[in-house]
Design a protein around this ligand. Sequence first.
Ligand SMILES: [Zn+2]
Length: 210
Amino acid sequence: MIKIVLFGPQGAGKGTQADRLSKRLEIPHIPTGQMLREEIAANTKLGQKVSEIMNRGELVTDWQMNEIIRDRVNAPEYQNGFILDGYPRNVEQAEFLDYQIAVDKVLFLNLPKTEVMKRLSGRLTCPKCGAIFHKIFNPSKSGDKCDRCGTVLQVRADDTPEAIAKRLEQYEEETQPLHEYYLKKGVLIEIDAAPDIEQVGLLIWEALGL
Ligand SMILES: [Zn+2]
């Protein structure tokens, strides 16, 4: 039973690594980005608001995220552990999370800015199932279609170079304090996210002492 938070810049492979860990540890993965897309797809009030914000290349507000997270982490299916990815993004959210549950380990996937830009600018997303591919690093087998469900892949509105640069700047401002917050709590583990998926997976497994 372990409650893990994965954080790091977009493009560091959080979703991929969380999926792998989830299978190996047999605990659920809570992908917050996908949860937001579900809200959008279901066209809920929250989803409409979130969609407007994302289309501007901005981040969703704290209270909107907290509201979604609170409902998930307190649900019975997550009481035996989980991997949270994409949340918290700042100290305010981290404090909110601490108030809800006790986090055991926080994995920081570290990746230099230039590498983030390189990885994100080739990203393709499946609008139907949320699967993520990359033109160079993780191409889909069928070219322009999703390997899981066959839907034609898209460049998400928030994956244009301008939106990426803007988001990254905002992200860095917010994450430095978050890094210090978890370091102080003694739960932070830093992982070099530059190597390939297999290698990073191994580093995480070793760092968790599993
Ligand atoms: Zn798909």
